[in-house]
Design a protein around this ligand. Structure first.
Ligand code: 7PM
Length: 271
């Protein structure tokens, strides 16, 4: 049995958070065996890329030390790198990029678009594909008063600049993808305007990745807490698919995949 999921449909990136607050063991102990079963479950559900993140970038979150982030993510990457699906490392830290690559990571996902010290050079050194995401401000304060002239134009200009810096550092353009960074220094209006105009991000001729799963924009729209945002998350994922997103980053792999599969079956190359 196989579904009607077509190759022109977006890839599903599944979130495997290994921050202590997201794995309810309490404390800072993260069990690679538990993480591996979560990864296996996502593969069952049809995930295409597994995104491992050890730094909480939630608005207001405090920063994580290099050693703490390494202790969280490296054992997990080692435990899941041989499951047959590419693993991406959600990090901004140069050392974490290098160590994750050695541990078997197949992609770098950086919410700070390689702006931290040494990140550009280290990412280049790994030779891995890279997702460059836009964020305004820093996680602790970014939601205070986000301001843009034209959010899509401003985000595009930033991403273009980062692409040029990557190319200057010797990274082949074909390794890059871009992400407008939903919720990262954006009001609800900014987020909605970006989603409505998502096709404009295709102008850079690079794969477009989006992540809206469980985010507060969905809470603002539905007035529901994080554990009741599944339907809203599927809805925005579907809109992103219609607007030609190439990779969709979600917590709920099976449900999102079904929704996008239906879209593909109905429209089958017509849009
Ligand atoms: C805790 C709170 C952990 C919030 C993680 C988060 C994106 C990302 C994140 C995104 C890309 C979340 C965020 N969001 N990477 N990493 N795009 N490329 O809500 O939108 O998942 S972390």
């Amino acid at each position: 049995m196989h579904s009607l999921y077509q190759s022109d449909l977006p890839q599903i990136m599944g979130v495997l958070n290994i921050t202590p607050d997201s794995f309810s063991d309490g404390g800072s102990f993260i069990d690679p065996i538990k993480a591996r079963s979560r990864a296996e479950a996502m593969i069952e559900e049809g995930v295409d890329i597994i995104d491992v993140g050890g730094e909480s970038t939630r608005p207001g979150a405090k920063e994580v030390s290099i050693n703490e982030e390494l202790d969280r993510v490296i054992p997990v990457i080692e435990a899941i790198a041989n499951l047959g699906k590419p693993v991406s490392i959600d990090t901004s830290k140069s050392v974490v990029m290098l160590e994750a690559a050695k541990a078997g990571a197949a992609m770098i996902n950086d919410v700070r678009a390689l702006q931290e010290d040494g990140a550009l050079e280290s990412a280049a050194q790994t030779g891995l594909p890279i997702c460059l995401m836009h964020m305004q401000g820093k996680p602790r304060t970014m939601q205070t008063n986000p301001t843009y002239d034209d959010v899509v134009a401003d985000v595009l200009r930033f991403l273009e600049l980062r692409i040029r810096r990557c190319e200057a550092a010797g990274i082949d353009r074909s390794l890059l993808s871009i992400d407008p960074g939903f919720g990262f220094g954006k009001s609800l209006e900014h987020n909605l305007h970006m989603l409505k105009n998502l096709e404009r991000f295709q102008n850079l001729n690079l794969p477009v990745l989006v992540g809206m799963s469980r985010k507060s924009m969905l809470g603002q729209i539905t007035d529901k807490p994080v554990e009741k945002r599944l339907a809203a998350g599927i809805s925005v994922a579907l809109i992103a698919a219609i607007k030609k997103a190439n990779i969709i980053r979600v917590h709920d792999v099976a449900e999102t995949r079904d929704a996008i599969c239906v879209f593909g079956a109905v429209y089958n190359e017509e849009i």
